[in-house]
Design a protein around this ligand. Structure first.
Ligand SMILES: Cc1cc2nc3c(=O)[nH]c(=O)nc-3n(C[C@H](O)[C@H](O)[C@H](O)COP(=O)(O)OP(=O)(O)OC[C@H]3O[C@@H](n4cnc5c(N)ncnc54)[C@H](O)[C@@H]3O)c2cc1C
Length: 496
């Protein structure tokens, strides 16, 4: 008889776990609190515009990286049109000097050397390391928990030539590494590649993937990509329950046996997988009765990716001359909330995806980070008029800044949309409104937290609260790993 698996959460991790389990002869049902799949990998419509929230780059988008094969297991990647940008980002300083972070490493080296000849040695070291990581294949076949000794040896053997570089660059933060450049524009550019706390290794690997055209953007955007996987899941026989918030994981004799929804309905299964927020899973759905030392440590001291105020504008004109990813300093700091003020604006001009705006018009967006999620939640709950007014104030400020910087924005704005940490939490329930789970730092490394909880049988977890560093492919792989673990438990060969 086919075993039944109930999955909580239809983000990338839940979709992946569900699809792989279906491929392996399990009957699965996904309970998703929203009316759409994808979790944070999402988009929404406002009039004629699609506000694409998530995918900036999708690792595995091209066949030069083995993650492409993993994506191909879930959707036919030959049907996904991918844009590989020439520039990762353009960075400007207060004097108007610009550095183009090209995705081609040789062009990037030439650009860096031209702008900062005094840093020649450091630039060459940086580019050499990126090239090395472009040669490296990250192991993504089998989780270490199910791999046999031969597989483990093979993995280690493949990684052996890169262990030195991996060790060196995983132990220095992006901010600290950037300080090693003398040139202020280079310091600024490298320091802004991603979060300042993350290891420089993360940035080097991203540039390496982009160099080999394996980290592009799928035309159609985030929700369309998530929908492709959701469709495959349904074609494989998987069942969705949308608008279904799981309130409790049902446990009998230390074995997970079902889920209870917020509306009171209960469902029983042979295995329960939570691909939802990690904190809510352990402390609410399981009422804190089962945990693991790693989770206790992380939930008390771990740092999360920040939350976001995301401003999107639909503008009735084109901006072909403006780079798609443009970081520039503000003349005056912009106040976001009582704990947050920003000194730079990172503009995204979505002109590379014609599906997001009508012809001749453009979607602009900016992703503003804040850790003050509770302020936005309180404001939304207690003073909704003030909440709306604050959102409008920030949108107006962004329009004013852009009007000045790239010209003719204000008079052409047709659509304004501001989402806040309260939106992110209301939509996906991610702890503290984090947009990517646990922040990877030199102290944490790219670690996997346990997929199981000691003392609780037939229960598994996956997603960006298990895989430190988060990201779409990581969430997908984490779901695949759980499918492999369940196959192992059932003594079945894992097949795709
Ligand atoms: C703005 C933004 C930009 C990003 N850019 C990139 C990028 O360019 N590249 C990249 O690789 N990654 C990016 N990320 C990160 C990446 O999208 C995430 O790390 C990844 O998608 C997480 O997937 P997940 O399935 O683990 O979690 P989630 O997407 O959070 O999915 C969890 C799901 O569980 C559901 N859920 C929660 N609680 C319950 C409950 N009680 N009952 C039922 N369902 C529940 C939620 O609604 C959600 O659908 C970005 C994220 C954001 C927000």
């Amino acid at each position: 008889m086919r075993k039944k698996v109930l999955l909580i959460g239809g983000g990338m991790a839940g979709l992946s776990a569900g699809a792989y389990l279906q491929m392996n002869g399990f009957d699965t049902e996904i309970f998703e609190l929203n009316h759409t799949p994808g979790g944070v990998c999402t988009a929404w419509k406002r009039g004629d515009y699609t506000i694409d929230w998530c995918i900036h780059w999708l690792v595995g988008s091209g066949p030069s990286d083995s993650l492409y094969e993993r994506w191909n297991e879930l959707t036919d990647m030959s049907h996904v049109e991918v844009v590989n940008h020439e520039e990762f980002m353009r960075v400007e300083d207060l004097q108007g000097n610009q550095l183009r972070i090209y995705t081609n490493l040789d062009r990037l080296q030439a650009e860096m050397l031209e702008k900062a000849p005094e840093d020649a040695e450091k630039i060459r070291e940086f580019i050499r390391a990126c090239h090395e990581f472009a040669q490296m294949e990250m192991p993504n076949g089998e989780p270490m928990a199910t791999a046999n000794l031969w597989h483990k040896m093979k993995t280690l053997w493949k990684m052996l030539p890169h262990l030195g570089a991996l060790g060196k660059y995983s132990h220095v933060s992006t901010a600290d590494y950037a300080q090693g450049f003398q040139n202020p524009l280079l310091r600024r550019a490298i320091g802004h590649l991603f979060e300042p706390e993350i290891p420089i290794l993360f940035c080097m690997m991203t540039l390496a993937w982009m160099h080999k055209k394996a980290a592009g953007y799928p035309i159609g955007g985030s929700l369309q990509f998530a929908n492709r996987i959701a469709n495959r899941y349904e074609q494989l026989g998987g069942v969705f329950h949308y608008d279904s918030r799981v309130k409790k994981i049902l446990v009998e004799d230390d074995r997970a046996v079902g889920v209870q929804l917020a509306n009171g309905a209960s469902y029983r299964g042979d295995y329960i997988v939570s691909a939802a927020d990690g904190h809510a899973t352990i402390f609410e759905m399981l009422e804190g009765r089962y945990t693991a030392p790693e989770f206790e440590h992380y939930f008390s001291t771990g740092k999360t990716f920040p939350s976001l105020v995301y401003v999107a504008l639909g503008v009735g004109r084109t901006f072909h001359a403006v780079p798609h990813s443009y970081l520039f300093p503000l003349k005056e700091p912009l106040h976001i909330d009582p704990e947050t003020e920003i000194h730079d604006l990172h503009l995204r001009v979505h002109h590379f995806d014609p599906t997001l705006a009508p012809f001749g018009k453009t979607l602009l967006s900016t992703m503003i980070e804040t850790r003050n999620y509770s302020y936005w939640q309180d404001l939304q709950r207690d003073t909704p008029e003030l909440y709306e007014a604050e959102k409008q104030r920030i949108a107006d400020e962004v329009i004013r800044i852009l009007d000045h910087k790239i010209g003719d924005v204000r008079d052409f704005v047709e659509m304004t949309d501001v989402s806040t940490p309260a939106t992110l939490i209301g939509f996906t329930n991610n702890w503290k409104g984090s947009f990517e789970g646990w922040l990877v730092t030199p102290e944490t490394g790219f670690k996997e937290l346990p997929h199981t909880l000691p003392g609780l049988d037939h229960f598994y977890m996956c997603g960006h609260w298990i895989a430190v560093g988060g990201g779409i492919p990581t969430a997908m792989m984490s779901g695949r790993n759980v499918a492999q673990l369940i196959c192992k438990k059932e003594e079945k060969e894992f097949e795709v």
